[in-house]
Design a protein around this ligand. Structure first.
Ligand SMILES: NC(=O)c1ccc[n+]([C@@H]2O[C@H](COP(=O)([O-])OP(=O)(O)OC[C@H]3O[C@@H](n4cnc5c(N)ncnc54)[C@H](O)[C@@H]3O)[C@@H](O)[C@H]2O)c1
Ligand SMILES: CC(C)(O)[C@@H](O)C(=O)O
Ligand SMILES: [Mg+2]
Ligand SMILES: [Mg+2]
Length: 350
């Protein structure tokens, strides 16, 4: 592992240079990777590994939506596509990529399929860390490993196809075979990670639940809504409010942040903007700091997990989530956004 200095903190990271795909293929040459679940992460990881020459099979409920999606992606029933139990029996590395709530619901069916020396793989620390709530207690005779891509599965696949990658964290919770670490790194590279950084199951789940409820999704949507509402309340048009809140961010400024950091984005805006943003940044940080602290406590106490398990274990959880997304989509702000997107030169009159 390469030791790197992240702004004064030394961290070990694994790059593709020191753990090339050829090494991953060698480590995995006698393994069958069974991907259970074919929602968002399942297809991305399964297809990337298949394209990288790894033996992969998929396990989902026969005849269901995920089964049909897997068929469309070229998985063949009886050869590379099975029920979850049969795939788990056949696999030597079992990737548990059903939803976190479904990991609780299906665990008693999957546990007996694990054989001595198998690796049980997660892309989230959720099931294992909150085992008191999920009941997912892996048997002592398997490796328990994690690779968690820090991005949507949609990007894991898209970046792979574009020759890029999404960074992932990795962790070993239980090393039965003595090979847990190399298996983890091999799968991490095989699914197309950019670089891999080490974590623990607990740090992964605490940071991930905080990040997605915070800046990445929850805070992002919330702060955008607040600014949009403020502008609208003061008589600005939907076009102006949306452009000034979302479109400029996604089409211009966040791209500059991605390229070269926050100060670079600031430096490429007017000195007027810089002066104001440098002042107001502190106020926004201080206003939200207590909210982030409360969020972290809610994650650490298991309250967020309880909420997820209760809501997403109901038979109609998908319809309920979709209803809330529809409400968001049909709000004035995001309806205005749809029109603004359609007016982008590349979308215009398509
Ligand atoms: N979505 C992402 O991009 C992403 C990113 C990083 C990590 N993860 C983690 O990866 C894992 C999979 O997440 P996902 O978002 O791909 O899941 P998902 O919600 O897309 O569901 C995946 C699969 O679970 C199946 N499933 C749902 N309920 C089931 C049940 N009761 N019985 C059997 N199968 C059931 C679905 O049919 C689907 O095939 C989770 O641990 C998640 O936290 C996801
Ligand atoms: C893509 C995310 C938000 O990073 C992931 O954590 C998830 O749960 O989907
Ligand atoms: Mg997550
Ligand atoms: Mg995440």
């Amino acid at each position: 592992m390469a030791k790197m200095d992240f702004a004064g903190v030394l961290e070990e990271v694994v790059t593709r240079e020191e753990f090339p795909l050829s090494r991953a293929q060698e480590v995995l040459k006698d393994e069958v990777v069974a991907v259970l679940g074919y929602g968002v992460q399942g297809p991305a990881q399964a297809l990337n590994m298949r394209d990288n020459g790894i033996k992969v099979i998929v396990g989902v409920t026969p005849g269901g939506r995920s089964w049909n999606k897997a068929l469309q992606d070229g998985w063949v029933p009886g050869e590379t596509l099975f029920s979850m139990e049969e795939a788990a029996e056949r696999g030597t590395i079992v990737q548990y990529l059903v939803s976190d709530a479904a990991q609780k619901l299906t665990w008693e069916r999957i546990r007996p399929c694990l054989k001595e020396g198998d690796a049980l793989y997660f892309s989230h620390g959720f099931a294992v860390v909150y085992r008191d709530q999920t009941g997912v207690v892996p048997p002592p005779y398997v490796d328990v490993i994690l690779v968690a891509p820090k991005g949507s599965g949609t990007s894991v696949r898209a970046n792979f196809l574009a020759g890029s990658g999404i960074n992932s964290s990795f962790a070993v919770e239980q090393d039965y075979t003595g090979r847990a670490r190399e298996r983890t790194l091999a799968v991490g590279i095989a699914i197309g990670s950019g670089y891999l950084f080490e974590t623990t199951f607990q740090h992964e789940v605490y940071s991930d639940l905080t990040g997605e409820r915070g800046v990445l999704m929850g805070a992002l949507a919330g702060i955008m809504e607040a600014q949009y509402q403020t502008l609208r309340a003061h008589g600005h048009t939907p076009s102006e409010a949306f452009n000034e809140t979302v479109e400029e961010l996604t089409q211009s400024l966040i791209r500059l942040v991605a390229q070269n950091g926050m100060d670079w984005m600031y430096a490429n805006c007017s000195t007027t903007a810089q002066r104001g943003a440098l002042d107001w940044r502190h106020e926004f940080r201080d206003a939200t700091l207590p909210v982030f602290e409360r969020l972290y406590q809610s994650v650490a106490s298991g309250a967020e997990t309880r909420r997820v398990l209760e809501a997403n274990s109901q038979p109609d959880y998908k319809e309920k989530l979709e209803a809330e997304l529809r409400e968001m989509r049909e709000s004035e702000m995001w309806r205005a956004g749809a029109l603004v997107r359609s007016l982008r030169p590349e979308n215009w009159q398509k």
